[in-house]
Design a protein around this ligand. Sequence first.
Ligand SMILES: Cc1ncc(COP(=O)(O)O)c(C=O)c1O
Length: 405
Amino acid sequence: MAKNTSNPIRKIVDGMKLTPNPNKEMIALSIGDPTVFGNLLPAEVVNAAVVESVKDCKHNGYAPSVGYEKARQAVADHYSLPSAPLTSQDVIFASGCSSALDLAISVLANEGQNILVPRPGFSLYQTLANSLGISVRHYDLLPDHGWQIDLGHMESLLDDHTAAIVVNNPSNPCGSVFSQEHIKDILKIADKNKVPIIADEIYAHFVFPGHEYFSMASQTEDVPIISAGGLTKRYLVPGWRMGWLTIHDRHDAFKNEIRPGLLALTTRILGPNTLIQGALETILTKTPQEFFDSTIAVVKANADIAFEALSKIPGLKPVMPSGAMYMMVGIDMEKFPEFHDDKEFASAMVTEQSVFCLPAQCFKYPDYFRVVLTVPQEKLQVACERIEEFCRDHYTVTNGANGME
Ligand SMILES: Cc1ncc(COP(=O)(O)O)c(C=O)c1O
């Protein structure tokens, strides 16, 4: 298993020369961790709930492997919808959304089978699947259509060995948010081909004003769905490792094998953190809406700044996000002939401008880079100015002369 385990992002980043310009302070727009700059803090009520959970000394022991019943009930109550009802039995805790995804992939797919995953997409799906001998097939997202799924392409990849389709909405790295109609179209394909969906909904509700978030499960009564979520992003606490699966299965397709399988898998290790489980009901019921609104406002303002600044740079093509915390930026590589690929481009940007963006080959999507939008505004502005300078220095017009067209 170890031999089959590798994280593409680590592999690519470890292979990059990342020596910042000593005269410029490093600005890392690369890490999808909203806590790194200290500008985005959890809600006070959330911190207080965890302190209380420590003090009451009731959550220091081993919890049931699926999690405390009270905390599971809190998640069920919070995420239950008339169109996608949940009970505590449908909730399984894990150590962050990553472990929740691990449980979902492990239970749905067997060695030798395949799962469908998005391109560009979060690389962990491949890491987890391949380590279990499960292959991944990448379906394309379309940048010119708000990163919607190329549904024809997705359907063409399905075969008798496809165990699940992974759908990530809102998306890392695209920051896209699927419309209700698009979700229904995805579900139609899943239904027609009788394939369950693993919905990676860690950015659930993390959408800009004017956009609406629809969970996959809320749009179907027929397709069985395992949704992975958690506190990580929206509550700004990735280190707390509080994630979960919610099981949506109106016709009991998961009754005989998948539900017992998930329970069995949780007994391998006790992953979920008990102190956070102790605080979970308060976290979910008492975090004020203003907290979420102000986080979104920061990210949206940054998206506007980055989009405006980067749109003006010849050779770059940013795609405006609608949610999550990322923006993808296309690179017209022909205009930057010094660089062989997005990796070399990103690496040179570190050397010259001390700005680090992840080359999108980390997400199986060359000729783009990803910008993280949770940084303080001033830093983002400086970063955009430096990206502009970098592009100006390297932009090459087709007649071979150096400089702007
Ligand atoms: C799309 C997506 N899914 C899952 C995760 C993992 O979340 P967690 O830190 O809760 O394991 C991330 C983290 O960046 C993510 O972007």
